[in-house]
Design a protein around this ligand. Sequence first.
Ligand SMILES: [Fe+2]
Length: 242
Amino acid sequence: MKAGAKPYLVARSHDGVPSDVPAARWPSRWPDTAAAEAMAVDAAAEAGLSSLELLLGSELGRLDAHTSAHCARVARLALALATDLGLAGEQREILYLAARVHDVGKVGIPDAILHKSQALSGVEWEVMKSHSLRGEHIVRTGLRVPFGEQIALVVRHHHEHYDGDGYPDGLRGHAIPLASRILAVVDNYDAIRVARDYHPPRSHRSTLAILASERGTKHDPLILDALLSHDRHWFEQQAALD
Ligand SMILES: [Fe+2]
């Protein structure tokens, strides 16, 4: 991490929504026991994903190949960044599972909008934006697993902006669930970096430059700093990108 960037420890507020507090200290290297625990949590997250895929099977199976691959890359990046930020246990699992299904609400968005190469009209943009609420609904109604409610909330808020200019609720700063803020950063990295119908692929360097220009507006500064502190090799390892 960059000097001055504070890692997070995660606590649970009284209503069960994740909240975050700065960690007093961050070890320079994971001890072996912590690494073993992280691996166990990742295995649990994979097991959770299996049950989640089973329960949401028909919905996830209807996602187009591009969106499905995007969700898989974003989930790997999210899990790696979660380690930097000190997320542990169920918070890692919630983040990972939410990342894997964060765009499931795009099921049902017409292809003419989803794959349009020109700018969306105002009405089309509203339809596109509805995917975060559709996703929350699909997860909430289709999922009967531990932490299902938290996963649904993370999906709902993955397009909120740190300055309050996002959607669907215009939440600002730490009112946005921590996992949604982390997800927003890695989601944006992949969305910018990889070709979409409306833009060509961008280089790793220009992707980071775009993200850096959104520090404190679109993205939580400390979370963004943690991501930007990594070299290109780290990104290639997590997301298997060129
Ligand atoms: Fe999305």
